[in-house]
Each structure stands twice: as structure tokens, then as C-alpha cells.
Design a protein around this ligand. Structure first.
Ligand code: GCO
Ligand code: MG
Length: 410
């Protein structure tokens, strides 16, 4: 029987930090998994190196569900972002190995393709309306068929999700929220100013681009349920594809209030890590899209269970795919998305060239659709030489304060 021979934890920073697991079997097969937890990377690396790697040596690499349960139940301490990202990385690596051994892409092991490709959205943003229009046009020119729209707010400084450089080229994703340094930067927030301004932006965007284009928006956990309901209602004339993270949703039942106030489709879950975080949201149909990443939710094995549960309630996927999900995590999301019936949409921001020199991908983006490719396994290879050239360096997500200094959600 083939056994797990080594579990390596690879840290690299080709512009931003990534934590990758590489499992090697006694037969020489290797698999990759993504464990990147933005701003808390070293905690996951230690969990994996110190507590997971030593206990996996000698295990059967083919036993994916059994290994998942061993790491989840065996730890006694369940759930949480560090534990679940660590389990996710091992799970992805074992699916990668299973695919390579079988000579099949992972989506085939999950039941095969349900569709030709995955509808994808990108991130358009700008300080003023003309820049937002340019940014949307740039996405449409690249083939995107859906766009998320984020805007600056008059009177506030740098706002999460908004490119300072406007639409053009390399500046487009310069708002990447984790900034290099040993402390988080600080941003300022005013929910009322934001709620007044946002509907005017969507009115302008709909006026310019017409009724067809799917438009998304991320509220980044900043509203109370009542505010979220009000904003959702104000945006209804502009027919959003979804309003994301309108509240932190730690109190799942509070989404009942949002639902009572607005029929706006809702997407939640990028900071969740377990099926239990969704229980009320799914059974009471309080959301429309599951925002989890494979990377932060226990891997393909666990997110597949969440999606099967969600399918009973007509809730679809909208997997998290910003650049802090590594190309390995992104590939895992694409294999899963291609194979489940209740796929909704996939988030995709192309990784930087230095990142793609470390992670050699085989997924494709054409005519607005992503496809994981047909290489056996997940289809991503790790270049050690390129990875070793960039060591870990501290970077933190910003913190958000109200104008009087009170800490706020961001
Ligand atoms: C999104 C997200 C991200 C997160 C980031 C935090 O919808 O893509 O909100 O941009 O802020 O992943 O690490
Ligand atoms: Mg988000």
C-alpha cells in the first residue's frame, strides 16, 4: 500500500504571502493544497508543521474522507479558521494525488462536468463615476460577463476594494487589502455616507451599461441588519446579481430581518469555515449564494457537503476567489464548481505574473468562463526555485475605524 511519506509546508511571497502544503507518497506521487490565511499565515504554517505533518506520515493517501475526519474529530478542538484552512490544504493535496494516480482531473472524480465552463466575475472599481465606467469597460473587453462594482465614498479616504489608480493596467488590483508591514494600516468608515452614495453609483452604472450586465457589490460586513435591509431596498431598482456580506452574519438569525426588508439576492460566507456556520442561513433560505473558499472551509470534501446541503434549498455557489486564495485553492474551486449542479458564479482576479511563476496553472479563462483544464489532479505545479526566491514577509489586512476612532467591521 502507498503511504504518506512527507508533508511539507511551503511559504512564499511573490508579492503577497501564500502557504502551500505538498504531500508526497511512498510511490512518489505529489499533491498540493492551499492553506493561505491572509494576515495570519504563520499560525496555519505552525499548525500544519507542528501538529498535522507528524501525525499523517504513514497514512493511506487514498483515504480522503477518513483523513478529514481524523484531523477534524481527532483534534478535539473543532472548527476555526486556522484548523479548517489546515485541514483544507491536506484535503486538496489528497484529491490532487488521487487525480494524478487515476490519470483524471479532479472534477471527473467529483462526478464529471455539469457545464462547459464557469461564469466568472471580476472586480471593477474607481474613485469617481468615469473611472468606474472605464474599469467596467476594461473588464468587458477582457471577456468578463459579470462585474463587481466598488466605489470610493465622498469624504472618506482609501476604501477597501477600490483601486487608487483607476481602471488602467497594473494599478487595477493595487487595493489588495493586505499591505506589507508589521502592523495593519488604518482606514476610516462612515456607514451613512456610504449608504447615501452607493445607490447613485449603481443608478449611473445601469444607465450607462443597460439592464443585462450582471452587477455585484460587496458590503464587507459593515451594516447592521436594518441598514442592510434599507440598502438592499434602495438598490432593488438596479437589479443586482447579489449584495455580498451585508452584515457579519455571526448571528445567522439576524438575516431574517434583512430578508423581511428586501428581496435583494444575498451572498455570505467568505469568513465562515464550517457547515455549521450556514445551518440557519441555509435551512431558512436566508441567503442565495454560498461565498466560502475551498481554502478556508475544510477543503473540497467539506465544501461539497455544504453545497449538497444548500442544493436542497435552491442556494447556489459563489466561491471566494480573490488573490489571497492561491492558484491551488482557485483550481480546487474550479474543479468543484464544474462538478456541482448548484453552481452560481465564480470570483476571479488574475494572479500577478510573479505568483504565476511560482504556481504553474492549467486553468483557462475564455469568453467570461473559467475552466479547470484536463490535467490529472488539480492541474497546478509548484516551482520550488521560484518559490524559494521570495520568503515570507509580514503583511496585514487593514483595520477600519469610525470617524470618532471606534473600531468597526471591515
Ligand atoms: C472578496 C473579499 C476579499 C477579502 C480578502 C481578505 O469578496 O473578494 O472581500 O477581497 O477582503 O480576501 O483576505
Ligand atoms: Mg467579499
Amino acid at each position: 500500500m502507498s503511504t504518506i511519506e512527507s508533508v511539507e509546508v511551503l511559504l512564499t511571497n511573490p508579492g503577497r504571502n501564500f502557504v502551500t502544503v505538498r504531500i508526497t507518497t511512498s510511490d512518489g506521487a505529489t499533491g498540493l493544497g492551499d492553506a493561505t490565511l491572509n494576515g495570519r499565515e504563520l499560525a496555519v504554517a505552525s499548525y500544519l508543521r507542528d501538529h498535522v505533518a507528524p501525525i499523517l506520515i504513514g497514512h493511506d493517501p487514498a483515504a480522503i474522507e477518513g483523513t478529514w475526519q481524523y484531523l477534524y474529530r481527532g483534534a478535539y478542538w473543532r472548527r476555526g479558521p486556522v484548523t479548517m484552512a489546515s485541514i483544507a490544504a491536506v484535503d486538496m493535496a489528497l484529491w490532487d494525488i488521487k487525480g494524478k494516480v487515476a490519470g483524471l482531473p479532479v472534477y471527473q472524480l467529483l462526478g464529471g462536468a455539469v457545464r462547459r465552463g464557469l461564469l466568472t466575475y471580476g472586480h471593477a472599481s474607481g474613485a469617481e463615476i468615469p473611472q468606474i465606467f472605464d474599469s467596467i469597460r476594461e473588464h468587458l473587453d477582457e471577456g468578463y460577463r459579470a462585474v463587481r462594482v466598488q466605489t470610493a465614498v465622498p469624504g472618506l479616504g482609501q476604501v477597501y476594494g477600490v483601486s487608487a489608480a483607476g481602471a488602467s493596467g497594473s494599478g487595477r488590483y493595487d487595493y489588495e487589502p493586505a499591505r506589507p508591514g508589521t502592523r495593519p494600516t488604518e482606514e476610516q468608515w462612515d456607514t451613512r455616507a456610504y449608504m447615501r452614495h452607493l445607490p447613485t453609483v449603481f443608478e449611473a452604472v445601469r444607465g450607462e451599461f443597460g439592464p443585462e450586465l450582471p452587477l455585484l457589490h460587496d458590503g464587507h460586513h459593515r451594516m447592521t441588519p436594518n441598514q442592510a435591509g434599507q440598502l438592499g431596498r434602495a438598490l432593488e431598482p438596479y437589479d443586482l446579481f447579489w449584495l455580498e456580506d451585508c452584515t457579519p452574519a455571526e448571528n445567522q438569525q439576524s438575516l431574517r430581518r434583512v430578508r423581511d426588508l428586501t428581496s435583494q439576492p444575498l451572498a455570505i460566507g467568505e469568513i465562515f469555515n464550517s457547515i455549521w456556520d450556514y445551518q440557519t442561513l441555509i435551512t431558512e433560505q436566508l441567503i442565495d449564494y454560498v461565498r466560502s473558499a475551498v481554502t478556508h472551509t475544510g477543503g473540497i470534501t467539506h465544501l461539497k457537503k455544504i453545497m449538497d446541503f444548500a442544493s436542497l434549498y435552491q442556494i447556489k455557489s459563489g466561491f471566494h476567489g480573490p488573490t489571497d486564495i492561491s492558484p491551488v485553492g482557485q483550481a480546487a474551486a474550479l474543479h468543484l464548481g464544474l462538478a456541482i449542479h448548484n453552481f452560481g458564479i465564480q470570483e476571479y482576479m488574475r494572479h500577478s505574473d510573479p505568483t504565476l511563476e511560482v504556481f504553474h496553472t492549467s486553468y483557462t479563462f475564455a469568453d467570461g468562463l473559467l475552466h479547470p483544464g484536463d490535467v490529472p489532479g488539480l492541474g497546478v505545479e509548484y516551482d520550488d526555485q521560484a518559490g524559494d526566491a521570495h520568503g515570507y514577509s509580514p503583511a496585514y489586512l487593514p483595520v477600519n475605524r469610525l470617524t470618532d476612532g471606534t473600531m468597526h467591521d471591515w
